[in-house]
Design a protein around this ligand. Structure first.
Ligand code: PRP
Length: 177
């Protein structure tokens, strides 16, 4: 398998993840506890690294969502929950962790969904954001990198389930798709 060209190196990612964890540590220093909710599958590596850089007490949950295809994009909500959190998050401090915000539909849906659970607080974190593609504006509390509208893979992100375990974020050129 050819290696896609590097957009963000392992070292750049590691430095940024450490810095995000420091910001999160500060925000929740007096909170007592924090629930990190990773959105499968793409966030699994980012969440693992972010969580291991935190010094504050925290627990981990995962959820899975599915986006409808373009043909069904007229439906009221283009996102559907496939797997919910294992333990209730009512009255908890919650941080949603995404690998990428593209159109913004997934994170907007998840914010609505979890706001309805009455958490003590709800914030959002994404490693990547593609503002050129964003249709639904979601304010990110923590953002790793703003990237151009290119196809990115690696560090959890896939193309047809490939490249997820590439250690860096690569830009997948059209000839590799
Ligand atoms: C990606 C990513 C986000 C979503 C963002 O998931 O992990 O959940 O798309 O896109 P949006 O801002 O346009 O809603 P994907 O559907 O690729 O699934 P995966 O994480 O399981 O690979």
């Amino acid at each position: 398998m050819d290696a896609p060209p590097v957009l963000l190196s392992e070292a750049e990612i590691a430095k940024r993840v450490k810095s995000l964890a420091e910001q999160i540590d500060q925000t929740y220093a007096d909170a007592g506890s924090l629930v990190l909710i990773g959105v499968l599958k793409g966030s699994f590596i980012f969440l693992a690294d972010l969580a291991r850089n935190l010094t504050i007490p925290h627990r981990i949950e995962f959820i899975a969502v599915e986006s409808y295809g373009a043909k069904e994009s007229d439906v009221a909500d283009p996102v559907r929950l496939l797997m919910d959190v294992r333990h209730a998050i009512d009255d908890e401090h919650v941080l949603l962790v995404e690998d990428i915000v593209d159109t913004g539909h997934t994170l907007a849906y998840l914010k609505r969904l979890f706001t309805a659970h009455d958490p003590a607080s709800l914030r959002t974190c994404s490693l990547l954001h593609k503002p050129e593609r964003t249709e639904q504006d979601v304010a990110l509390d923590y953002l790793g990198f703003t990237i151009p509208d290119v196809w990115v893979v690696g560090y959890g992100l896939d193309y047809a389930e490939r490249y997820r375990t590439l250690p860096y974020i690569g830009e997948l050129p059209p000839e590799m798709r």
